[in-house]
Design a protein around this ligand. Structure first.
Ligand code: SAH
Ligand code: SF4
Length: 469
């Protein structure tokens, strides 16, 4: 793990001391009543997992939680930088906080996450959002107690956004958002530098957590009664490469699969260039690993894939899908696509449409290309208008809708083992099949939180309707 900086026990102890200090300050300031925190996370599972650590730290410091900004004493937005749209939403929501700060000058407003790790963004906050008190990037998350301590004691604005290759901080308290499904981070950062993507700039270099630390967490999650463990990382398939080990991810899922208990395993995201035969075999042979792989292909045209620096071809992607289906005929495949990468022509875009039709994805996350400052693609000529790209987007969406509808029709009459998550607004139980497709049915409360067998009676495009068997 050369070059990876693991936050030392001493540094973490220092943060735990700050936790105690903050607890003391707020209990005298709030006269024994717990202050209320509103936290909101945008973006990917990695960010959600960070948000769970932020909530864990805030809980330890004596905060309770609210979703009403008017009664909050502390408001934190854990932001995403992956597309401009995500950033615009954050700026809009931060603007709306001004009135709460005017009403309650003691309110502490905090922005963290990927977006603020970009220099132009932190500068904009410094200049245009003077009522934001604390700003910190993903590399400083474990220092939240210290930052809050200084904000409470000297009232000055705090910016902790220094560039870094990233750290690993183990042992932070975690407040899980879901009592059934847990995210388990296995690696942080990314080394791939896809030319459109800001993640390697804001999240630092790829660094795998220690194998045994992950196993310990997995055993604990099972012991705590979690029914689904989702292993997360920007590129789970290259887990362990920074230790100089190959195929460690396949070994990891086999070993988690061997933990006794009734639970399922999912993982994301898989990069096609690192999706190995060993991983597919492990998926096939591990009964707890669900029959679903999220395998973003981004584009169906080889010239554009090369410009994106994805390091695989359309043909390689197709061969992976064919192999996965040979081993697991019922595997559900989902993907991400970018429409309108700089220089992409309509003819090249048609290769994406044809790939979508050929593969038959269960579902697809389609994004219009969004230029990200500092990335290579942001400097490439991009002559196609946004309106034109929106038309391509709609065309691809329609193609995928047809694919998904005909795929789901083939599921009628099948019985799936479903992890039941809760009741929806209509009072029906809802859960997900092994392939991660939403299914709803009538059933007793005892289904919730358990696995039930459900027959598909009415397959719709994105959701299945069924009956308990
Ligand atoms: N590490 C994951 C993806 C993380 S970002 C992977 O490589 O698969 C999630 C998705 O956002 C990407 O798969 C991509 O489709 C999309 N995305 C990333 N940067 C983007 C950009 N600049 N514009 C539009 N979509 C983007
Ligand atoms: Fe971004 Fe590519 Fe890394 Fe995914 S693999 S996070 S798309 S650079």
């Amino acid at each position: 793990m050369s070059g990876t900086r693991v936050v030392s026990k001493e540094e973490l102890n220092e943060q735990f001391n700050y936790i105690t200090e903050v607890r003391t300050i707020i209990s005298s300031r709030f006269l024994g009543k717990a202050p209320l925190a509103l936290t909101h996370t945008y973006g990917c599972q990695g960010n959600v997992a960070d948000g769970e650590r932020i909530d864990g730290l805030l809980s330890e410091m004596g905060f309770e939680f609210t979703d009403k900004p008017e009664e909050a004493d502390f408001i934190l937005f854990n932001t995403c930088a992956v597309r401009e749209h995500a950033e615009d939403r954050v700026f809009g929501n931060v603007g709306a906080l001004k009135k709460y700060k005017e009403k309650n000058p003691n309110l502490i407003i905090c922005l963290c996450g990927c977006m603020v790790q970009q220099e132009h963004v932190s500068e904009r906050i410094r200049k245009s959002f003077p009522y934001v008190d604390i700003v910190f990037g993903p590399h400083a998350l474990h220092r939240l107690p210290e930052l809050l301590y200084y904000s409470l004691t000297n009232g000055e604005r705090i910016f902790s956004v220094a560039d870094s290759d990233g750290v690993i901080a183990e042992g932070l308290p975690t407040k899980h958002t879901n009592s059934l499904k847990a995210f388990l981070p296995i690696a942080y950062g990314c080394n791939n530098f896809c030319t459109y993507c800001v993640v390697p700039f804001v999240r630092g270099r790829e660094r795998s957590r220690k194998y045994e630390d992950i196993m310990e967490d997995a055993r604990q999650l099972v012991a705590d009664g979690y029914k689904e463990i989702m292993l997360i990382g920007q590129n789970v398939n290259s887990f362990g490469n920074d230790f100089g080990e190959k195929n460690l991810f396949a070994k990891l899922i086999r070993e988690i699969n061997d933990i006794p208990g009734d639970f399922i395993i999912r993982f994301m995201t898989s990069h096609p260039k690192d999706c190995s035969e060993e991983l597919l075999l492990a998926m096939k042979e591990c009964e707890k690993v669900e029959r679903h792989i999220h395998l973003p292909f981004q584009c169906g045209n080889n010239r554009v894939l090369s410009e994106m620096n994805r390091r695989y071809t359309r043909e390689h992607y197709l061969s992976l899908v064919n192999r996965a289906r040979e081993l697991m005929p019922d595997i559900s495949i989902t993907s991400d696509v970018i429409v309108g990468f700089p220089g992409e022509t309509y003819e090249e875009f048609q290769d994406t449409v044809s790939l979508v039709k050929e593969i038959g994805f269960t579902s697809l996350y389609i994004f219009i290309y969004s230029p990200r400052e500092g990335t290579k693609a942001a400097g490439m000529p991009d002559p196609i208008s946004h309106e034109e790209k929106s038309r391509w987007f709609a065309e691809l969406q329609k193609a995928q809708e047809e694919v998904a509808f005909s795929r789901s029709q083939g599921m009628k009459g099948n019985v799936y083992r479903v992890l039941c998550e809760g009741r929806n607004k209509a009072g029906r139980i809802s859960g997900r099949t092994s392939g991660n497709i939403m299914i709803e049915f009538d059933g007793p409360d005892s289904c919730v939180g358990n696995f039930c067998n459900v027959e598909v009676t009415e397959p719709l495009t994105w959701i299945l309707k069924g009956e308990l068997r």
